[in-house]
Design a binder for this molecule. Sequence first.
Ligand code: UDP
Length: 462
Amino acid sequence: MAAEDKTKKPPHVLLFPFPSQGHINPLIQFAKRLISKGVKTTLITTIFVSNSILSNHSHNTIPIVSISDGFDVGGFATAGSSEIYLESFREVGSKSLADVIRKFHSEGTTIDAIVYDSFINWTLDVAMEFGIDGGAFLTQACAVNNIYYQVYKGILSIPADSTVSVPGLPELEYWETPSFVQNPGPYPAWSHIVFNQFSNFDQTRWVFSNTFYKLEEEVIEWMKTLWPLRVIGPTIPSMYLDRRLQYDNDYGVNLIKPNHNECMEWLNDKPKGSVVYVAFGSYGELVPEQMEEVAWGLKDSDLNFLWVVRASEEEKLPKGFVDRETKKGLVVAWCRQLKVLSHEAVGCFVTHCGFNSSLEAVSLGVPVIAMPQWTDQITNAKCLEDIWGVGIRVKRDEKGIVKRVNLVSGIKAIMDGEQGVVARRNAKKWRDLTKEAVAEGGSSDKDIDVFVSDLNRSRLRS
Ligand code: UDP
C-alpha cells in the first residue's frame, strides 16, 4: 500500500482490560479519548462480562469482541477460587485471543497495537506471536505500582518491615502498604499477579497509567526512569472534567444494573451538602460485623445517607435496617457513582478507596472518609488523607473493624468539623488540576498524542 493510502486508514488498537468493573472503566475511557483522536478501537472482554453489559442496558458505543475465559456462564464467581479462575483465564484466554486476532486478519483488518491490563500480562506473548506491539496499562496508583515494583525487584522484602521507604513517596508505616506487601500469604494468586505485572515491561512498547502528573509527580518522575511511562488519566468521562467530548457523560458500562432514577429522585429532595454517600466498590466484601457497624454508624450519625449494598452483600444488613419511612437513608444495589458524587446534595464519600473511586472523589472535589479493606486501597487511603489532603482515615480496632462510634466521629469531622473545611478546600484544588490535565494540551492529553503519533508512524513504516 502506498504511504499516502496508509495515512487515510486510522490505526486500530485492541484494548483488553481485566474483566471487572474497576478495570474496565479506565480502559473504556482511554478508548474514548483515542477515538476522539481518530484511532479505531475495539474492546476485548470475556463472554460473561459482555453478556452482563448487554443485560444491564449499558450505553457503550465502543465495539466489543468477546473471548472465553473458561467460565462463559458465571464468570469469576463460579470458578471456585482465584487460582482456578486466573489459570483458566490465562490458558483459555490466550487461545481465544489468538483466534480473535486471526479472525481480524482473515477479514483484512489490521491491528496496530494491543493495550492490555498489566494484571493480564500474558497478553503480550499473544501479541508478539503475531508481531503486534503491546502496551501495558496500569490501573492502580503509581504509588502502589512503585511499591509492587520494589518487591518484584527484591529491593523491598515482604512481609514489610515496620517502616517502608521507596523512591518518590514519603516513608510509609508497615500498615500503610498494600495488604499483599503486609502479608502475601492469604491470596497467593493475587500477590503473584501484582508483583509480576512488570515481568515483561522490557518487551512492551508503551506503559500507561490512569493517574495524572500533578497527582503523583515525584513517583511518576521516578517511574519514567524505568519505563516509557505515559500518564493519561484521570480516566473520568469528559463531561465531568473539560467537557470536550459532549457524548462522554458516563462510563457506559455497568456489570450491575444501576437504580439510577431512584437515587436521583431521592437526592433531588435533599439539601445541598447534606448526604453521606457510602460505597465499597464492585467486588469487595465486608465481614458481617463490619457491615453491621457501618449500618448502625450511619443511623447514629443522624444524617442523610445513600449506601450501595450489592445484592450479594444484602443479607449481611441488620434485620429491619432498611427503613424507608424515615427518608433519611436509601440503600441501593448499584448506582451511577459519578452522577451521585457530582450531585450537589452529596457532602462526603465513605469509600473503600479503590483507585477509580479515589480518582473520582479527587476529580469531582468530594471529601472522603476512607475505609480501605485490602490490596491497594490501604495505600490509596494514605494518599487521600496525608498526600492529597482530601479526607481522613477512620480508626479501626485490633481486629481491623471500624466501630460505629469511630465512623460517626469521622463523618462528623468531615461534615461539620474543621477537617472537613480543609478537605473540601483541597478537594476543590484537585478538581481544577484534573481538568487541566485532560484539557487540550494538558499533561495527560499530550501523552495520548504521543501514543497516537507512534501508532501513525509505525503504520507508515509497515
Ligand atoms: N461504581 C458505580 N456504582 C456503584 C459503585 C461503584 O458505578 O454503585 C463504579 C465506580 O464509579 C468506580 C468503579 O465502580 O468507577 C469501582 O472501581 P474502584 O476502583 O473504585 O473499586 P473496585 O470495584 O475495583 O474495588
